[in-house]
Design a protein around this ligand. Structure first.
Ligand code: SF4
Length: 512
């Protein structure tokens, strides 16, 4: 055996040992039908053609590699944003293991979340008993201040009614009658993780706000939306708001529990919006959402309660951040602090320093609709061309907003937006209309290899690089980081293309 206790070989090198090479060969012969490599190459090359692209774009009723996750994942994200709150998913354990591992792999932190462990009997007879036992166990073992309930597709397919299940569970003594159990139905076969975030957040707000009288004050609510950079973005937003000396509440803030220190104490709960803050948020003068598409139902509900609602789409870049600061200034009646004006000047300076390298570069990007809007606006501002902008969970309304950005910029000519398309569509686009750089989450890694286009990691999830989530991408400072990430990849590609000694290395420069 190549592997032994004296010398542990990591999988990177282990599977190159002779016994594994032989095993892979046998697998190919015996289980993969020994299909000729030449035929596979012929078909693979055909999938790179325009003919194949037309067939690919004509497909209906089949999604291949969607750039989205299912609703309950977003509902768990929303629940984690409230103080001492345990996310509880009514459904099977496997789904919840997926949410926990997804968040833990991205944020490199444990993510607490329980399920009602529905199995075959619950699928046939309904999951009421699972809810009764599950709420009781969760309440007694993990001692949360609040349990936020959502559903998987299994519970939705059989039509379990969360409202009546929770009422019955309380009558049976699972949790006290007055205990807070906000809930939201989050059918996984509709929408995406941002729909689940939206439904769950609205569920928490309506749990505390329904039947309450609103007494308006001068405070402003801020809602971040489903955001892979929340650990970096939320402190950055608080830093900006504190410079305004604004009275504000961040509604749903998981940035602390996904950023706990290693100091010997496990914090199952840390930070987050408290129940009192949620109740008070009803009285705010206005609510600003950083991601309009991620909070569509929530912001509609808030507006119905009488608050002014402002929806942004990832405030990135100079104009995006200007817009955010002007809205904060307008809503609070306070001037934009000089310190932030200086930050703006520094970002402008950095853009001017690097403009010649980014100008005219072609990009393809995919991800959540709000991130795509913010990133497209920033790229156009930099003089880059976002040639392919794709979002699996973006709709017609989103596509019109992206098109409006293209139309307002000379660099938007020849750029196209693709709502409700997946990463297999993107693959076709990258072969028939190649670009210089790709922007998206970790799953773009396979496109990077397949289509030979460098990937700049942005969005959720980022599994194969560490700690990106710790840094902001919003505001002038966050945009500076995005700018550096883009430039690093441009320079890496330039170095790789000029590395041949005595052939191309006349441009393998120290100064860029
Ligand atoms: S799609 Fe359905 S089965 Fe899959 S993880 Fe989501 S809720 Fe579970």
């Amino acid at each position: 055996m190549s592997q032994n206790a004296e010398k542990i070989i990591d999988h990177e090198m282990l599977f190159r040992e002779p016994e594994y090479v032989e095993m892979f060969d046998n697998k190919k012969k015996n289980f993969e039908f020994g299909f000729p490599i030449s035929k596979m190459e012929e078909i693979r090359d055909w999938t790179k053609t325009k003919e194949y692209q037309d067939l690919n774009f004509a497909r209906e009723g089949l999604t291949v590699n969607p750039a989205k996750a299912c609703q309950p994942l977003g509902a768990v994200f929303a629940a984690v944003g409230f103080a001492k709150t345990l996310p509880f998913v009514h459904g099977s354990q496997g789904c919840v293991a997926y949410y926990r591992s997804h968040f833990s792999r991205h944020f490199k932190e444990p993510t607490s979340c329980v399920s009602s462990s529905m199995t075959e009997d619950a699928a046939v007879f309904g999951g009421l008993n699972n809810m009764i036992d599950g709420l009781s166990n969760a309440y007694n073992i993990y001692k949360p201040d609040m349990i936020a309930v959502s559903t998987t597709c299994m519970a939705e397919v059989i039509g379990d009614d969360l409202g009546s299940f929770i009422r019955t569970s309380k009558q049976k003594g699972s949790v006290p009658e007055e205990y807070d159990v906000p809930f939201a139905h989050t059918p996984a076969f509709v929408g995406s993780h941002i729909t689940g975030y939206d439904n769950a957040l609205k569920g928490v707000l309506s749990h505390f706000w329904e039947g309450q009288e609103r007494k308006p004050n001068e405070s402003i609510n801020f809602i971040g939306g489903f955001d892979g950079n929340v650990v970096g973005n939320m402190p950055e937003i608080r830093r900006i708001l504190n410079q305004f000396d604004a009275k504000y509440t961040v509604v749903c803030d998981p940035s602390e529990v996904w950023n706990t220190p290693t100091d010997g104490e496990f914090r199952m709960y840390d930070g987050g919006t408290t129940k009192d803050e949620v109740k008070q948020a009803l009285n705010a003068k206005a609510t600003l959402s950083f991601q309009g598409f991620s909070t569509e139902k929530t912001t509609k509900y808030i507006a119905e309660k009488g608050q002014e609602v402002v929806s942004l789409y990832h405030p990135m870049g100079v104009a995006g951040t200007d817009n955010l600061l002007m809205e904060i200034a307008r809503l609070t009646g306070k001037p934009i602090p000089e310190s932030l004006e200086k930050e703006r000047g520094r970002l402008m300076d950095a853009i001017a320093d690097s403009s010649s390298h980014i100008h005219g570069k072609k990009f393809a990007l995919y991800g959540d609709p709000d991130l795509m809007l913010g990133m497209t606006a920033f790229l156009l501002e930099l003089g880059a061309e976002p040639v392919h902008v794709l979002s699996t969970n973006g709709d017609k309304d989103w596509a019109e907003k992206v098109q409006a950005l293209f139309d307002a910029s000379p660099f938007g000519k020849g750029c196209h937006v693709y709502p409700k398309k997946d990463l297999w569509h993107m693959r076709s686009l990258l072969f028939t209309e190649p670009v210089d750089l790709l922007i998206g989450n970790t799953y773009g890694k396979y496109l990077e290899r397949d289509c030979d286009v460098p990937l700049i990691r942005m969005g959720f999830p980022i599994f194969d690089r560490h700690h990106h989530h710790r840094f902001p991408i919003w505001g002038y400072e966050g945009s500076m980081r995005v700018l550096v990430a883009i430039l690093d990849e441009i320079f890496e590609a330039l170095d790789a293309n000029t590395i041949d000694t005595a052939k191309t290395d006349y441009s393998y420069d120290i100064i860029r």
